[in-house]
Design a binder for this molecule. Structure first.
Ligand code: ARG
Ligand code: ZN
Length: 881
């Protein structure tokens, strides 16, 4: 484990390296405890660099066994090697030379899952961001692009399959039952894209013919026996390849494309050139074991990693500060893909819910950072919702500002101009400026400035003058180390809505540039006057979620109800209803705190019923509308003095009021939605299941509905319905005989299926209330649980600490004590996973004083521990700062 050195990396310190690595040839002799790695590097001194400049390579926990330059072994005084660095003190006078390094590593003891490690007897790698330096000494930075040739040797019986990046060029038998394979990748790439896989795996094969007629062999490798679970992933891969040709003109470039699923993986997946490595959770699926959400995630992540081939691999990042260059853009591309494959309207709402649930709290708390950060202590902590999701929203805004055509021209120019390069955000913005002739300098602040901007909006109508006025004021709240903010360019989608939902026409506009339904906010305050507006319209704001901002709108409740029923922009229509729900929940929270039973307007609960039954709306849309704002969302909107128990009570009360008001309507619908034909994971079928399952959630709140959940559970013919019913039973009827029975039945049936057991752990960790901390503590001893497996840890501990508000934030601090213990225990093996877990307390300052003090104690206990990893120390210290 790398302990913290306190070193802070700064963007302004970037400078090109003195040396380049033109060719990288690697030989691996695989063995669990002692793998020998021989690296032959063709090094070139950059022009203008003095011959005396030492060559300094990165390492991380390495043991150097041999070093030679141009065929001659180096003598001790010629170099200095520590586990973390290798310096060639007197490099040759010639500008180009060959350096041979021999290192030895122990994949079986690598529990951090970075570099070369073993996952269920399969050798695999994860090198992003800085894992390659755990394999050999290297210039382990993304602007060093090298051509790789990789030879892998292993015992044939242990590892019949030997894979690396690029195309296979040679293979054969060796003495003593060993064999070898050689791979060559013709595309220069940074070390973080290196990959190797070796083991006994089952294969699903297919092929794809590209637009220009080249045939690509596709392979998905899984644990033997699980091949039948890879069909959906393969289909998603072929659809992704086709879509990238159509939507972005991007064709695949190697003869083979391989995906390997492994069961121990720190993140979702990794885009290694020609050899993507996946967390098996995002590959394996059928209706019996995967939910509709799993299918959608698989489709999106397969696409995401594939799309990286152009946005990430062909054009990579100059340095890790530019991470959003590939991640934000690639998330944008996978969002577009899913929107095209499924329902665009539904997809957009889901994206915004995710952004608000994960990015907004980050941006509004101690871990806030710009989409392109300027400083980091540990880069692994910057694979965040801000870099990914907000990064994607920034690209979305560029598209809104430029329009579809100029955006596409800009993308074409980006690929043309920067192919084969390690680029920056400035390069990216420049292509759009050049393609459109627009000035994006103020817009660029979206990359440089942290924090969620807020727009305060009020409106007035002057019937006599036929003038409608919007007063809009922007503010960006201070964030850590950025107290003063500059004014942003915010593209605000809007609509003036008249009777029946019809757009209201207007004449001249003054006070801001308005084009194609977008107001360009650039100043602190705009007074935007629309002339020729005879009747007062309702104003629909941030249509399509055109900008990732919060809104404070002075709006009549009548207008909100009207928009929730009539807005022609489906996102904004959903938003209007969601705002009504949020407002009602906040009022109810205050009533609960004041000791009063919460009350809700009848027209709100009735509207819920009308939306549920509105056949003109897609079922998936109706399901999203009916799913109440989450407890954490409500907490964020309240802002401070959070008592999670009061929020929970308010939310339950609203759910019950909606269920009571709509009993007949909901039961009728619930019955009509029952799945008849065979299972299909398509979006429309998934939408019907989602609607039916949320109706079940409401109905089960009423005494008449309790039995329904049990029936639903027993008759379920797919995992979506089974898991939904089990959640209702376990969360709504915790401790009941029915819940106990269902949980036990599920456990007995799936005890040997780790990915399905993750759902069981999640459901149990999510049970609201004060008893769950004890349950979760006990479950860490469950035979299916393991502190060494990231999926297990995230399912049990991660769900408890970030998705169970009442359980985790138990008033006596027991949830936090458990959190401290487990974070420290996980950290011993896997600092990255521990650091991610530790972000669960990032909103601690918004809690009421009692919990706040206890949360602080928990964070201080971690911070006070000696020899913390860089990953964990960085998170806790920033959280406490
Ligand atoms: N580039 C990968 C993806 O988004 C994520 C890899 C993250 N790895 C890490 N160690 N933080 O597709
Ligand atoms: Zn990515």
């Amino acid at each position: 484990m790398r302990t913290d050195t306190g070193h802070v990396f700064k963007l302004e310190d970037y400078r090109p390296s003195d040396y380049l690595i033109l060719q990288t040839s690697l030989v691996f002799r695989l063995s669990p405890e002692a793998t020998c790695v021989i690296a032959t590097l063709t090094i070139e001194r950059r022009e203008g660099v003095a011959a005396s400049a030492p060559l300094v390579l990165d390492g991380d926990g390495l043991t150097l066994l041999g070093i030679a330059i141009d065929g001659r072994d180096l003598q001790p005084g010629d170099y200095a090697a520590t586990p973390d660095e290798l310096a060639v003190l007197k490099p040759p006078a010639a500008s180009r030379f060959e350096l041979v390094l021999e290192t030895e590593i122990a994949p079986a003891r690598n529990e951090a899952l970075m570099g070369l490690y073993r996952s269920s007897n399969v050798y695999c790698t994860q090198c992003e961001a800085e894992g390659f330096r755990r394999i050999t000494y290297f210039l382990d930075r993304p602007d060093i692009l090298s051509i790789y040739t990789v030879r892998i040797e292993a015992p044939h019986n242990e590892a019949p399959l030997l894979l690396s990046n690029g195309n296979p060029v040679d293979s054969g038998a060796l003495a003593d039952g060993w064999h070898y394979a050689v791979w060559h990748d013709p595309f220069p790439k940074p070390s973080y894209l290196f990959a190797l896989v070796a083991g006994a795996l089952g294969k699903v094969a297919d092929s794809f013919t590209t637009l220009s007629g080249r045939k690509v062999e596709l392979g998905i490798y899984v644990e033997p026996g699980k091949e039948r679970l890879a069909g959906y992933a393969m289909d998603a891969l072929k659809r992704s390849m086709k879509w990238d040709e159509e939507a972005f003109g991007r064709e695949y470039d190697l003869d083979v494309f391989n995906i390997v699923a492994v069961s121990d993986f720190n993140m979702g997946a990794m885009e290694n050139k020609g050899l993507n490595i996946f967390n098996d959770k995002y590959v394996l699926a059928n209706e019996e074991t995967a939910t509709d959400a799993d299918f959608a995630n698989i489709e999106a992540i397969i696409a995401h990693e594939y799309f990286h081939n152009w946005t990430g691999n062909r054009i990579t990042c100059r340095d890790w500060f530019q991470l959003c260059l590939k991640e934000g853009l690639t998330v944008y591309r996978d969002h577009e893909f899913s929107a095209d494959q499924r329902s665009r309207a539904v997809k957009r709402i889901a994206e915004v819910r995710t952004l608000r649930a994960h990015q907004f709290p980050e941006d509004q708390g101690p871990l806030a950072h710009p989409v392109r950060p300027r400083r980091y202590r540990e880069i692994n902590n910057f694979y965040t919702a801000t870099v990914y999701e907000k990064g994607s929203e920034v690209v979305h805004m560029i598209r809104t500002i430029l329009g579809a055509e100029a955006f596409r021209s800009g993308m074409d120019l980006y690929f043309e101009r920067h192919d084969g390069e390690a680029a920056t955000i400035e390069d990216f913005l420049k292509v759009f400026e050049d393609a459109s002739g627009r000035d994006l300098s103020q817009f660029a602040l979206w990359y440089h400035q942290a924090g969620t901007p807020n727009l305060t909006v009020s409106s007035s109508h002057n019937a006599r003058a036929k003038e409608f006025t919007l007063e809009i004021e922007q503010s960006v709240p201070p964030t850590p180390s950025e107290s003063r903010k500059r004014l942003m360019h915010i593209p605000l989608g809007f609509g003036l809505v008249g009777a029946g939902g019809k757009p209201v026409s207007y004449g001249d506009v003054e006070g801001a540039t308005v084009e194609d339904g977008v107001i360009h906010i650039r100043k602190r305050r705009h007074v935007v006057r629309f002339t020729g507006v005879a009747e007062r319209p309702a104003v629909s704001l941030n249509r399509g979620f055109s900008a990732p901002v919060t809104l404070s709108v002075e709006q009549k409740t009548d207008d909100q109800f009207f928009l929730a029923g009539h807005d022609s922009d489906s996102f904004s229509r959903w938003q209007a209803f969601n705002t009504l729900l949020t407002d009602a929940l906040i009022a109810a929270f205050r009533q609960v705190l004041g000791g009063k039973p919460p009350a809700f307007a009848q027209r709100l609960t009735e509207l819920a019923g009308r939306i549920a039954a509105d056949e003109t709306l897609e079922p998936a849309y109706r399901a999203l509308a009916l799913s109440l704002p989450g407890e954490a969302d409500i907490a964020r909107d309240i802002g401070k003095g959070i008592d999670p128990d009061a929020i929970f009570a308010a939310r339950e009360a609203l759910a019950l009021a909606i269920a009571r008001a709509n009993w007949e309507n909901f039961t009728g619908l619930y019955e009509r939605l029952a799945d008849k034909g065979p299972f299909s994971p398509d979006a429309a079928s998934a939408g019907r299941r989602a609607l039916r399952n949320i109706l079940l959630d409401y109905l089960a709140l009423l005494p008449e509905g309790a039995a329904l959940a049990t029936t639903h559970f027993r008759s379920a013919s797919n995992m979506t319905d089974r898991a939904a019913a089990l959640t209702v039973l376990a969360h709504r009827h915790a401790g009941s005989a029915e819940a106990q029975q269902a949980l036990a039945g599920f456990e007995a049936k799936y005890r040997n299926d780790a990915l399905v057991m993750d759902k069981w752990f999640q459901i149990r960790a999510g049970v609201p209330g004060s008893k769950t901390v004890e349950t979760v503590r006990a479950l860490t001893g469950h035979p299916a649980f393991s502190m060494a497996n990231p999926n297990r840890v995230r399912s049990l501990i991660g769900t408890f600490s970030s998705a169970n508000q009442t359980g985790f934030h138990r008033a006596d601090g027991e949830g936090y004590r458990f959190f401290t213990e487990t974070v420290l225990e996980v950290e011993k093996r896997n600092p990255q996973v521990a650091a991610r877990l530790a972000t669960a307390l990032r909103s601690w300052r918004s809690l009421e004083p009692g919990r706040q003090a206890k949360a602080r104690e928990a964070l201080l206990a971690i911070a006070g521990t000696e020899k913390l990893s860089a990953d964990l120390r960085d998170i806790v210290e920033r959280t406490l700062a």
